[in-house]
Design a binder for this molecule. Sequence first.
Ligand SMILES: Cc1ccc(CCc2c3nc[nH]c3cc3c(=O)[nH]c(N)nc23)cc1
Length: 371
Amino acid sequence: MDPFRFTIQARSGRARVGLLTTPHGRVETPLFMPVGTQGSVKGLLPKDLKAIGSQVLLANTYHLLLRPGPERVQALGGLHRFAGWDGPWLTDSGGFQVMSLGHLRRIDEEGVVFQSHLDGSLIRLTPERSIAIQEALGADFIMAFDECPPYPSSPEYLKASLERTLRWLERSLKAKTRPDQALFGIAQGGTDAGLRALSTRETLRFDLPGYAIGGLAVGETKEEMFPMVALSTEILPEAKPRYLMGVGHPEDLVAAMGLGVDLFDSVYPTRTGRFGSALVPEGRINLKNAQYLEDKRPLEEGCDCYACQTFSRAYIAHLVRAEEMLGGILLSLHNLRFLHRLTERAREAIRQGSYGAFAREFAERRFGKEI
Ligand SMILES: Cc1ccc(CCc2c3nc[nH]c3cc3c(=O)[nH]c(N)nc23)cc1
Protein backbone atom coordinates (compact mmCIF):
# COMPACT_ATOMS: atom_id res chain seq x y z
CA MET A 1 0.00 0.00 0.00
CA ASP A 2 1.24 3.47 -0.86
CA PRO A 3 2.98 4.88 2.26
CA PHE A 4 2.06 8.40 1.10
CA ARG A 5 -1.64 8.25 0.22
CA PHE A 6 -3.37 11.64 -0.14
CA THR A 7 -7.16 11.69 -0.13
CA ILE A 8 -9.42 14.73 -0.45
CA GLN A 9 -11.99 14.73 2.37
CA ALA A 10 -13.93 17.91 1.53
CA ARG A 11 -13.96 20.82 -0.91
CA SER A 12 -15.16 24.42 -0.81
CA GLY A 13 -14.39 26.25 -4.02
CA ARG A 14 -10.75 25.50 -4.79
CA ALA A 15 -9.93 24.98 -1.13
CA ARG A 16 -9.77 21.38 0.03
CA VAL A 17 -9.27 19.32 3.18
CA GLY A 18 -6.85 16.43 2.62
CA LEU A 19 -5.67 13.44 4.59
CA LEU A 20 -1.97 12.71 3.99
CA THR A 21 -0.64 9.37 5.18
CA THR A 22 3.05 9.09 6.08
CA PRO A 23 5.22 6.41 7.74
CA HIS A 24 5.05 8.60 10.86
CA GLY A 25 1.31 9.10 11.04
CA ARG A 26 -1.55 10.73 9.14
CA VAL A 27 -1.82 14.52 8.89
CA GLU A 28 -4.73 16.76 7.89
CA THR A 29 -4.21 19.51 5.34
CA PRO A 30 -4.15 22.48 4.86
CA LEU A 31 -1.44 22.64 7.51
CA PHE A 32 1.39 24.94 8.57
CA MET A 33 4.84 23.40 9.13
CA PRO A 34 7.06 25.01 11.82
CA VAL A 35 10.63 25.54 10.68
CA GLY A 36 13.28 23.76 12.75
CA THR A 37 16.24 24.64 10.55
CA GLN A 38 18.93 22.95 12.65
CA GLY A 39 16.66 20.19 13.94
CA SER A 40 15.02 22.37 16.56
CA VAL A 41 12.15 24.87 16.43
CA LYS A 42 13.96 27.64 18.29
CA GLY A 43 13.02 27.77 21.96
CA LEU A 44 10.19 25.24 21.82
CA LEU A 45 9.98 21.70 23.24
CA PRO A 46 8.71 18.94 20.93
CA LYS A 47 6.04 18.08 23.50
CA ASP A 48 4.76 21.66 23.42
CA LEU A 49 4.78 21.68 19.62
CA LYS A 50 2.62 18.54 19.72
CA ALA A 51 0.30 20.18 22.26
CA ILE A 52 -0.31 23.24 20.04
CA GLY A 53 -1.17 21.10 17.01
CA SER A 54 2.05 21.01 15.02
CA GLN A 55 1.95 18.03 12.65
CA VAL A 56 5.03 18.24 10.37
CA LEU A 57 8.39 19.84 11.23
CA LEU A 58 10.96 21.15 8.74
CA ALA A 59 14.72 20.77 8.93
CA ASN A 60 17.45 21.80 6.59
CA THR A 61 19.94 19.78 4.59
CA TYR A 62 22.35 22.71 4.27
CA HIS A 63 22.54 23.44 8.00
CA LEU A 64 22.58 19.79 9.14
CA LEU A 65 25.26 19.01 6.55
CA LEU A 66 27.50 21.67 8.05
CA ARG A 67 26.66 20.68 11.62
CA PRO A 68 26.41 17.98 13.06
CA GLY A 69 26.67 16.13 9.70
CA PRO A 70 24.22 13.62 8.22
CA GLU A 71 26.32 10.58 9.19
CA ARG A 72 26.11 11.54 12.84
CA VAL A 73 22.33 12.09 12.69
CA GLN A 74 21.95 8.73 10.92
CA ALA A 75 24.17 6.95 13.49
CA LEU A 76 21.99 8.43 16.23
CA GLY A 77 18.82 6.98 14.72
CA GLY A 78 17.83 9.67 12.20
CA LEU A 79 15.97 12.96 12.68
CA HIS A 80 12.91 11.53 14.48
CA ARG A 81 14.99 9.87 17.21
CA PHE A 82 17.77 12.50 17.26
CA ALA A 83 15.43 15.49 17.65
CA GLY A 84 12.67 13.82 19.63
CA TRP A 85 9.85 14.41 17.13
CA ASP A 86 8.04 11.20 16.10
CA GLY A 87 5.65 12.92 13.68
CA PRO A 88 6.54 13.54 10.03
CA TRP A 89 9.63 15.56 9.09
CA LEU A 90 10.29 17.40 5.83
CA THR A 91 13.78 18.43 4.72
CA ASP A 92 14.62 21.01 2.09
CA SER A 93 17.28 20.05 -0.46
CA GLY A 94 19.81 22.70 0.51
CA GLY A 95 20.06 24.68 -2.71
CA PHE A 96 17.90 27.54 -1.49
CA GLN A 97 19.92 28.01 1.66
CA VAL A 98 23.17 28.02 -0.32
CA MET A 99 21.79 30.93 -2.37
CA SER A 100 20.54 32.79 0.65
CA LEU A 101 23.07 31.88 3.34
CA GLY A 102 26.24 30.23 2.15
CA HIS A 103 28.88 32.11 0.18
CA LEU A 104 28.00 30.70 -3.20
CA ARG A 105 31.21 30.23 -5.18
CA ARG A 106 29.90 28.53 -8.32
CA ILE A 107 26.75 27.05 -9.79
CA ASP A 108 27.06 24.81 -12.85
CA GLU A 109 25.45 21.75 -14.42
CA GLU A 110 27.01 19.50 -11.80
CA GLY A 111 25.68 21.39 -8.80
CA VAL A 112 26.84 24.20 -6.52
CA VAL A 113 30.08 24.90 -4.72
CA PHE A 114 29.83 27.13 -1.70
CA GLN A 115 31.73 28.26 1.35
CA SER A 116 30.33 27.23 4.71
CA HIS A 117 28.92 30.21 6.61
CA LEU A 118 30.38 28.55 9.72
CA ASP A 119 34.05 28.00 8.91
CA GLY A 120 34.48 29.08 5.29
CA SER A 121 35.33 25.53 4.13
CA LEU A 122 34.43 24.72 0.50
CA ILE A 123 31.45 22.37 0.09
CA ARG A 124 29.88 20.89 -3.04
CA LEU A 125 26.19 20.05 -3.27
CA THR A 126 24.82 18.05 -6.19
CA PRO A 127 21.39 16.46 -6.68
CA GLU A 128 22.91 13.08 -5.82
CA ARG A 129 24.59 14.37 -2.67
CA SER A 130 21.46 16.26 -1.53
CA ILE A 131 19.35 13.11 -1.83
CA ALA A 132 21.99 11.03 -0.03
CA ILE A 133 22.03 13.56 2.83
CA GLN A 134 18.22 13.65 3.06
CA GLU A 135 18.18 9.83 3.06
CA ALA A 136 20.69 9.78 5.92
CA LEU A 137 18.68 12.36 7.88
CA GLY A 138 15.60 10.20 7.36
CA ALA A 139 12.85 12.79 6.79
CA ASP A 140 9.50 11.56 5.48
CA PHE A 141 9.24 14.26 2.81
CA ILE A 142 12.38 15.18 0.88
CA MET A 143 12.84 17.87 -1.77
CA ALA A 144 14.47 17.58 -5.17
CA PHE A 145 17.69 19.58 -5.53
CA ASP A 146 16.70 22.77 -7.28
CA GLU A 147 17.82 26.30 -7.96
CA CYS A 148 15.64 29.06 -6.61
CA PRO A 149 16.60 31.97 -8.90
CA PRO A 150 17.20 35.33 -7.22
CA TYR A 151 14.47 37.95 -7.50
CA PRO A 152 14.37 39.65 -9.93
CA SER A 153 15.90 37.50 -12.67
CA SER A 154 15.77 38.00 -16.44
CA PRO A 155 13.46 35.69 -18.44
CA GLU A 156 16.58 34.26 -20.05
CA TYR A 157 18.07 33.39 -16.67
CA LEU A 158 14.74 32.05 -15.38
CA LYS A 159 14.39 29.78 -18.43
CA ALA A 160 17.92 28.40 -18.26
CA SER A 161 17.57 27.91 -14.50
CA LEU A 162 14.24 26.07 -14.64
CA GLU A 163 15.60 23.77 -17.35
CA ARG A 164 18.59 22.92 -15.17
CA THR A 165 16.28 22.39 -12.18
CA LEU A 166 14.34 19.87 -14.30
CA ARG A 167 17.58 18.02 -15.15
CA TRP A 168 18.44 18.10 -11.44
CA LEU A 169 14.96 16.70 -10.64
CA GLU A 170 15.67 13.73 -12.92
CA ARG A 171 19.04 13.19 -11.21
CA SER A 172 17.42 13.56 -7.76
CA LEU A 173 14.83 10.91 -8.62
CA LYS A 174 17.49 8.54 -10.00
CA ALA A 175 19.55 8.95 -6.81
CA LYS A 176 16.63 8.07 -4.53
CA THR A 177 16.81 4.62 -2.88
CA ARG A 178 14.39 4.71 0.10
CA PRO A 179 10.75 3.75 -0.59
CA ASP A 180 9.71 5.16 2.80
CA GLN A 181 10.48 8.75 1.74
CA ALA A 182 8.37 10.91 -0.60
CA LEU A 183 10.29 13.05 -3.08
CA PHE A 184 8.59 16.31 -4.05
CA GLY A 185 9.49 18.07 -7.28
CA ILE A 186 9.80 21.87 -7.08
CA ALA A 187 8.38 24.05 -9.86
CA GLN A 188 10.18 27.26 -10.69
CA GLY A 189 9.80 29.95 -13.39
CA GLY A 190 9.81 32.99 -11.10
CA THR A 191 6.96 35.45 -11.65
CA ASP A 192 6.89 34.94 -15.45
CA ALA A 193 3.54 33.29 -16.23
CA GLY A 194 4.75 31.49 -19.34
CA LEU A 195 7.86 30.12 -17.66
CA ARG A 196 5.94 29.27 -14.47
CA ALA A 197 3.44 27.23 -16.51
CA LEU A 198 6.26 25.60 -18.50
CA SER A 199 8.19 24.61 -15.36
CA THR A 200 5.05 23.31 -13.62
CA ARG A 201 3.99 21.24 -16.63
CA GLU A 202 7.50 19.80 -17.11
CA THR A 203 7.75 18.98 -13.39
CA LEU A 204 4.46 17.09 -13.69
CA ARG A 205 6.01 14.75 -16.26
CA PHE A 206 7.57 13.11 -13.22
CA ASP A 207 4.96 11.10 -11.34
CA LEU A 208 5.70 12.17 -7.76
CA PRO A 209 3.78 12.00 -4.44
CA GLY A 210 3.64 15.78 -4.18
CA TYR A 211 4.76 19.04 -5.78
CA ALA A 212 6.22 22.22 -4.32
CA ILE A 213 5.68 25.71 -5.71
CA GLY A 214 9.18 27.17 -5.47
CA GLY A 215 10.82 30.39 -6.53
CA LEU A 216 8.27 32.56 -4.71
CA ALA A 217 8.31 34.43 -1.38
CA VAL A 218 11.74 35.70 -2.36
CA GLY A 219 10.97 39.42 -2.33
CA GLU A 220 8.38 39.75 -5.11
CA THR A 221 5.18 41.68 -4.39
CA LYS A 222 1.92 39.91 -3.43
CA GLU A 223 0.53 41.18 -6.74
CA GLU A 224 3.28 39.23 -8.50
CA MET A 225 3.17 36.15 -6.24
CA PHE A 226 -0.52 35.28 -6.15
CA PRO A 227 -1.15 35.02 -9.89
CA MET A 228 1.71 32.50 -9.94
CA VAL A 229 0.11 30.52 -7.09
CA ALA A 230 -3.26 30.54 -8.90
CA LEU A 231 -1.64 29.48 -12.18
CA SER A 232 0.29 26.69 -10.41
CA THR A 233 -2.71 25.15 -8.67
CA GLU A 234 -4.69 25.26 -11.93
CA ILE A 235 -2.02 23.05 -13.52
CA LEU A 236 -1.03 20.83 -10.57
CA PRO A 237 -3.10 17.63 -10.23
CA GLU A 238 -5.98 17.74 -7.73
CA ALA A 239 -5.01 14.38 -6.28
CA LYS A 240 -1.52 15.37 -5.09
CA PRO A 241 -0.50 17.68 -2.22
CA ARG A 242 0.73 21.16 -3.14
CA TYR A 243 3.41 22.81 -0.97
CA LEU A 244 3.89 26.60 -1.28
CA MET A 245 7.42 27.17 0.02
CA GLY A 246 8.18 30.01 2.40
CA VAL A 247 4.66 31.40 2.80
CA GLY A 248 3.60 32.11 6.30
CA HIS A 249 1.81 35.45 6.83
CA PRO A 250 -1.73 34.66 8.05
CA GLU A 251 -3.44 36.59 5.24
CA ASP A 252 -1.24 34.84 2.68
CA LEU A 253 -2.17 31.43 4.07
CA VAL A 254 -5.88 32.31 3.88
CA ALA A 255 -5.55 33.46 0.26
CA ALA A 256 -3.39 30.50 -0.79
CA MET A 257 -5.62 27.91 0.94
CA GLY A 258 -8.46 29.42 -1.08
CA LEU A 259 -6.40 28.71 -4.20
CA GLY A 260 -5.94 25.04 -3.26
CA VAL A 261 -2.56 25.02 -1.51
CA ASP A 262 -2.19 22.28 1.13
CA LEU A 263 1.20 22.75 2.85
CA PHE A 264 2.97 25.87 4.10
CA ASP A 265 6.21 26.75 5.89
CA SER A 266 7.76 29.97 7.09
CA VAL A 267 10.17 31.23 9.72
CA TYR A 268 7.85 34.24 10.16
CA PRO A 269 5.84 33.18 13.26
CA THR A 270 8.86 32.07 15.28
CA ARG A 271 11.22 34.79 14.04
CA THR A 272 8.72 37.61 14.65
CA GLY A 273 8.03 36.04 18.07
CA ARG A 274 11.73 36.13 19.00
CA PHE A 275 11.75 39.77 17.92
CA GLY A 276 8.93 40.55 20.37
CA SER A 277 5.77 40.51 18.22
CA ALA A 278 2.54 38.51 18.61
CA LEU A 279 0.18 37.54 15.78
CA VAL A 280 -3.42 38.59 16.48
CA PRO A 281 -6.53 38.60 14.24
CA GLU A 282 -6.04 42.31 13.52
CA GLY A 283 -2.45 41.72 12.44
CA ARG A 284 0.53 41.96 14.78
CA ILE A 285 1.29 43.69 18.08
CA ASN A 286 4.83 44.56 19.13
CA LEU A 287 5.25 43.98 22.84
CA LYS A 288 8.23 46.35 22.91
CA ASN A 289 5.64 49.12 22.64
CA ALA A 290 5.18 50.81 26.06
CA GLN A 291 1.38 50.74 25.70
CA TYR A 292 1.40 47.06 26.68
CA LEU A 293 3.21 47.46 30.01
CA GLU A 294 -0.12 47.99 31.82
CA ASP A 295 -2.20 45.74 29.59
CA LYS A 296 -3.77 42.95 31.67
CA ARG A 297 -5.29 41.19 28.64
CA PRO A 298 -3.81 38.03 27.09
CA LEU A 299 -1.96 38.36 23.80
CA GLU A 300 -5.20 37.33 22.05
CA GLU A 301 -8.66 37.03 23.65
CA GLY A 302 -9.96 33.53 23.03
CA CYS A 303 -6.61 31.93 22.23
CA ASP A 304 -6.21 28.59 24.04
CA CYS A 305 -2.39 28.55 24.08
CA TYR A 306 -0.39 28.36 27.33
CA ALA A 307 0.92 31.92 26.87
CA CYS A 308 -2.60 33.38 26.51
CA GLN A 309 -4.06 31.16 29.26
CA THR A 310 -1.35 32.02 31.80
CA PHE A 311 0.18 35.47 31.21
CA SER A 312 -0.80 39.07 30.46
CA ARG A 313 0.55 41.24 27.68
CA ALA A 314 2.13 43.31 30.48
CA TYR A 315 4.19 40.37 31.71
CA ILE A 316 5.32 39.37 28.22
CA ALA A 317 6.12 43.02 27.43
CA HIS A 318 8.28 43.02 30.58
CA LEU A 319 10.06 39.83 29.51
CA VAL A 320 10.75 41.26 26.06
CA ARG A 321 12.19 44.47 27.52
CA ALA A 322 14.23 42.50 30.05
CA GLU A 323 15.47 40.29 27.20
CA GLU A 324 14.33 37.22 29.14
CA MET A 325 14.37 34.03 26.99
CA LEU A 326 10.84 33.29 28.12
CA GLY A 327 9.54 36.29 26.16
CA GLY A 328 10.56 34.90 22.79
CA ILE A 329 9.53 31.39 23.83
CA LEU A 330 5.97 32.44 24.80
CA LEU A 331 5.56 34.57 21.67
CA SER A 332 6.84 31.78 19.39
CA LEU A 333 4.46 29.33 21.06
CA HIS A 334 1.50 31.68 20.65
CA ASN A 335 2.35 32.60 17.05
CA LEU A 336 2.55 28.96 15.98
CA ARG A 337 -0.66 28.17 17.82
CA PHE A 338 -2.26 31.16 16.04
CA LEU A 339 -1.38 29.66 12.63
CA HIS A 340 -2.43 26.14 13.66
CA ARG A 341 -5.79 27.50 14.88
CA LEU A 342 -6.13 29.42 11.60
CA THR A 343 -5.63 26.23 9.56
CA GLU A 344 -7.92 24.27 11.93
CA ARG A 345 -10.69 26.85 11.40
CA ALA A 346 -9.99 26.81 7.66
CA ARG A 347 -10.39 23.00 7.53
CA GLU A 348 -13.68 23.31 9.46
CA ALA A 349 -14.97 25.99 7.07
CA ILE A 350 -14.03 23.85 4.07
CA ARG A 351 -15.94 20.90 5.58
CA GLN A 352 -18.95 23.22 6.03
CA GLY A 353 -18.60 24.34 2.40
CA SER A 354 -18.17 27.92 3.56
CA TYR A 355 -14.51 28.76 2.95
CA GLY A 356 -15.49 31.99 1.17
CA ALA A 357 -17.29 33.29 4.27
CA PHE A 358 -14.34 32.23 6.45
CA ALA A 359 -11.89 34.16 4.23
CA ARG A 360 -14.14 37.22 4.20
CA GLU A 361 -14.52 37.22 8.01
CA PHE A 362 -10.75 36.85 8.38
CA ALA A 363 -10.12 39.74 5.97
CA GLU A 364 -12.65 42.02 7.73
CA ARG A 365 -10.93 41.53 11.10
CA ARG A 366 -7.44 41.74 9.62
CA PHE A 367 -7.99 44.74 7.36
CA GLY A 368 -11.28 46.16 8.56
CA LYS A 369 -9.88 48.36 11.34
CA GLU A 370 -6.58 49.71 12.63
CA ILE A 371 -5.05 48.20 15.74
C1 LIG B 1 13.89 24.26 7.19
C2 LIG B 1 13.35 24.85 5.90
C3 LIG B 1 13.37 26.23 5.72
C4 LIG B 1 12.86 26.79 4.53
C5 LIG B 1 12.34 25.95 3.54
C6 LIG B 1 11.80 26.54 2.25
C7 LIG B 1 12.91 27.28 1.53
C8 LIG B 1 12.47 27.85 0.19
C9 LIG B 1 11.80 29.08 0.16
N1 LIG B 1 11.47 29.91 1.17
C10 LIG B 1 10.88 31.00 0.60
N2 LIG B 1 10.80 30.85 -0.75
C11 LIG B 1 11.40 29.67 -1.05
C12 LIG B 1 11.64 29.03 -2.28
C13 LIG B 1 12.32 27.80 -2.27
C14 LIG B 1 12.65 27.11 -3.50
O1 LIG B 1 12.32 27.57 -4.62
N3 LIG B 1 13.31 25.96 -3.42
C15 LIG B 1 13.68 25.41 -2.23
N4 LIG B 1 14.34 24.24 -2.23
N5 LIG B 1 13.39 26.01 -1.03
C16 LIG B 1 12.73 27.20 -1.04
C17 LIG B 1 12.32 24.57 3.72
C18 LIG B 1 12.83 24.02 4.92
